[in-house]
Design a protein around this ligand. Structure first.
Ligand code: SF4
Ligand code: SF4
Length: 62
């Protein structure tokens, strides 16, 4: 099972909560937006979805 976290840059407000909560450091901030630079490390825990108040993150299952 592979997971694919995606950030909607239009919705992201740059709070960095997802960067802090992700156990596998999937996200990095670029130009004040969260970018899933290590998407292949995603465990599918959905902690980032829960912490994002902007509903900017979805995690797809492949
Ligand atoms: S938690 Fe949501 S709003 Fe905050 S940086 Fe991450 S994607 Fe952006
Ligand atoms: S689902 Fe979990 S492991 Fe995957 S990006 Fe979100 S916080 Fe990180």
């Amino acid at each position: 099972m592979a997971f694919n976290p995606i950030v909607d840059a239009e919705k992201c407000k740059g709070c960095e909560e997802c960067v802090d909560v992700c156990p596998t450091e999937v996200f990095e901030m670029k130009d004040e937006k969260s970018v899933p630079v290590n998407a292949e490390e995603c465990l599918g825990c959905e902690s980032c979805i829960e912490v994002c108040e902007e509903d900017a993150i979805v995690v797809e299952e492949d």
